[in-house]
Design a protein around this ligand. Structure first.
Ligand code: SAH
Ligand code: F3S
Length: 481
């Protein structure tokens, strides 16, 4: 952990961690999932030891790094447009170097250098520790590429520099990669095989955040329920572990237990859960600790058994319902959100109706909904024709978005007239006189500021809502404060 980091620059509750004596300027931005945002904090930490402080100003940067996403074609197009913007800036700042990190770097490798002349540096998600060497090469006038995926890299030994932090909420990464091989998904190819991070380093990071005043953490992984520590190495090699390693292995529910106990006043969240790996132990551990938020993001992708099978999701719709029933039985007020894809190859109207009826059963609080985007190299791309016309994909998407809107409103309305505990995160976007925060169920709550401040736990009585936001008034600090 760096000691000489200056955290005093707290303009607008944006905590910028800067190291005295660093003269080079790094502009780093992230696209895509929370894991990318978390990885950028690791990269900023590695580079802070190489003389780089972060800047919010692209025009000033000596080095520009963009952490990229490949999940859908549109995500990649967004990055390509961003590279054009860097190109324009380079005309006024010719010494600026540009690097691409993350999933697109891993997917395109050397091809990136050919396709985008602005790019000097291409670094995959497991190669960030090599950045100092790679940057030295770039400064010597050569392009540099490292996209080697690792069996054991978890960056567990690196204390992230918190970027754009509100000083209240933080991500803590616990696993990397994914072994699930959903047929539509590029992540197993860009982020490699699944491995878990040493629980001790996780707890140390959580405690450090606690001592620095952070109030909420989100444990991050592509598939958190699959977390398994047995001394390091790939999840798929667990079978080869010794008896002692097996006997002392730490599962996700155990890790949750350890985190909740280490910081009993801190809110603990986690993402993403996968229905096929989520165990009853996890639900029971949530019930055991008040500080683990009663909220589960449980992507389902489709409500049709035939499509779930074609997606290589390892559960049926009936098994999913069983999981939802168990959650509701053990955690009656737990909220659940989802991810759904419309227009997966061969999806019929019947399959689509199954998705709508699954949504009716669960009545999710909210969700992230997408049209299918064919990704190069995935099993679906190799074996199935992307045969659903764009107009049909879009129409089906609209139908599930509309239904979700109804359910979101139904769920949010249930909080009206109730007292909810809100962790204040920032000023409301719509009014400088209101705070914005979330309750444990992940609903956004807005209320007049009064004497409260960012980082306070406040009891708010709610009076109105939209489908996504509760509006109310503070009635005092909560006992958690
Ligand atoms: N690990 C998570 C998901 C990671 S990707 C899980 O367990 O499901 C985030 C979401 O993007 C996925 O849940 C899926 O809904 C969506 N997604 C992934 N690949 C996609 C593709 N090829 N087209 C459209 N949406 C996709
Ligand atoms: Fe992707 Fe499925 Fe893993 S959606 S990240 S392959 S769980």
């Amino acid at each position: 952990m760096e000691k000489n980091i200056d955290e005093s620059k707290q303009g607008d509750h944006l905590v910028l961690e800067q190291k005295d004596g660093n003269s080079r300027k790094l502009f780093i931005e992230s696209y895509g999932c929370a894991m990318n945002f978390s990885d950028s904090e690791i990269v900023a930490s590695i580079l802070s030891n190489e003389g780089f402080n972060t800047t919010q100003n692209l025009e000033d940067a000596d080095l520009v790094l963009v952490n990229t996403c490949s999940i859908r074609d549109k995500a990649e197009q967004t990055i390509r447009k961003r590279l054009q913007k860097y190109n324009a800036v380079k005309r006024i700042n010719p010494g600026m170097k540009v690097g691409v990190l993350g999933c697109m770097a891993e997917r395109l490798k050397n091809k990136f250098l050919e396709e985008e002349k602005i790019v000097d540096l291409v670094v995959g998600p497991d190669a960030y520790k090599d950045l100092p060497n790679l940057i030295a090469e770039v400064e010597d006038g050569r392009n540099a590429v490292n996209v080697i995926l690792s069996k054991d890299e978890t960056y567990g030994d690196i204390a992230p520099v918190r970027l754009n932090s509100n000083g209240v909420t933080a991500f803590v990464s616990i696993t990397r990669g994914c072994d699930n091989m959903c047929t539509f998904c590029v992540v197993p190819f860009t982020r490699g095989r699944e491995r878990s991070r040493d629980p001790q380093s996780i707890i140390e990071e959580v405690n450090d955040l606690g001592s620095r005043g952070f109030k909420e953490i989100t444990l991050l992984g592509q598939n958190v329920d699959s977390y398994l520590w047995y001394g390091g190495g790939l999840k798929k090699d667990f079978e080869k572990a010794s008896d002692l390693q097996k006997a002392t292995a730490v599962s996700f529910s155990k890790l949750l237990d350890l985190c909740a106990e280490a910081q009993p006043k801190m809110r603990i969240r986690f993402s993403t859960s996968n229905p096929q790996d989520m165990s009853m132990d996890v639900i029971k551990t949530m019930a055991k600790h008040n500080n683990i938020c009663n909220y589960i993001h449980l992507p389902v992708q489709s409500g049709s058994n035939r499509i779930l099978k074609a997606m290589n999701r390892q559960h049926t719709r009936e098994e999913y319902f069983e999981m939802i029933d168990n959650i509701k039985r053990i955690l009656p007020d737990c909220t659940v959100s989802h991810d759904l894809i419309t227009g997966f190859p061969t999806e019929t109207e019947e399959d689509h109706k199954d998705t709508l009826s699954l949504m009716e059963y669960v009545k999710y609080s909210f969700g992230y909904m997408f049209t299918y985007s064919e990704r190069p190299g995935t099993m679906a791309e190799r074996k199935l024709e992307d045969d659903i016309p764009e107009a049909i994909k879009k129409r089906r998407l609209q139908e599930i978005v509309d239904l979700q809107q109804v359910h979101s409103l139904y769920r949010t309305k249930k909080f009206i007239g109730k007292v909810v505990e809100v962790l204040v995160e920032k000023e409301s976007k719509k009014s400088s006189e209101h705070w914005s925060g979330r309750n444990e169920h992940n609903s956004v709550v807005v209320f007049p500021k009064e004497q409260y401040k960012v980082g306070d736990f406040v009891n708010v009585i709610t009076s109105e809502c939209t489908s996504a936001t509760l509006i109310g008034e503070a009635i005092g600090y909560s006992e958690n404060n």
